[in-house]
Design a protein around this ligand. Structure first.
Ligand code: TMP
Length: 211
């Protein structure tokens, strides 16, 4: 049987890394062979693209280049890691995937969503089975992210950019309620982790994975 693709999304400072660890542990404890990966990244080429993407030295990168860069990384990621793992029956847990391009390059940068959908259909045809969205108010997320140290090229954007990112994520979650589970990430981190694990458990139950 093919594996499943689970993706984790959210704005800056939403607690993604900690939730990712909790999800990884929960999948392993339920006997699932899981590959944990991230975007941009997940392959040698993808990690190089990520470094370019986040480097403040490329502050002048145009929106078109940024969109093509994330999809170049993703096309490689799908072919080199995601699709082969799923075909082997492994599950894949990815820290961000295509929804991030709709949110950041679409909502944030104003690239037409139909263009992103066309790129997705061509370059990244594997769809997520479950997407957990960590949602929290922008001010709270930026305050948490700011406490982590110097800002990368994307984190250097202003609040209006991140409001559009958040709005697009929420819009997508509302449009695809069967795939998305939205989690209130303004709660204390332990509660966010617990809520994410509860959603994962419900998905595993519906997928027929034994306790
Ligand atoms: P992260 O480690 O916080 O997830 O950093 C990745 C950054 O890259 C984050 O600011 C979101 C951004 N990004 C995009 O703009 N588009 C994409 O398609 C992806 C996957 C990430």
């Amino acid at each position: 049987m093919n594996g499943r693709l689970i993706t984790l999304e959210g704005g800056e400072g939403a607690g993604k890394s900690s939730v990712l660890d909790a999800l990884r542990e929960r999948l392993a404890s339920r006997g699932i062979d899981v590959v944990v990966t991230r975007e941009p990244g997940g392959t040698a080429f993808g990690e190089a693209a990520r470094a370019l993407m986040l480097d403040p030295a490329h502050a002048g990168l145009c929106a078109e280049s940024e969109l093509l860069l994330v999809f170049a990384a993703r096309a490689q990621h799908v072919r080199e890691r995601i699709a082969p793992a799923l075909a082997r029956g492994q599950w894949v847990l990815s820290d961000r995937y295509t929804d991030a391009s709709y949110a950041y390059q679409g909502g944030g940068r104003g690239q037409p969503l139909e263009r992103i959908a066309a790129l997705e259909a061509w370059a990244a045809p594997v769809r997520a089975d479950l997407t957990l969205l960590l949602d929290l108010p922008i001010e709270q997320g930026l305050a948490r992210a700011g406490a982590r140290g110097p800002r990368d090229r994307i984190e250097a954007e202003g609040a209006a950019f991140f409001e559009r990112v958040r709005g697009t994520y929420r819009q997508r979650a509302a449009q695809e309620p069967q795939r998305f589970r939205s989690i209130d990430a303004s709660q204390p981190l332990e509660a966010v982790r617990a809520a994410a694990c509860a959603e994962l458990d419900a998905f595993l139950d519906s997928a027929g994975v034994k306790q």
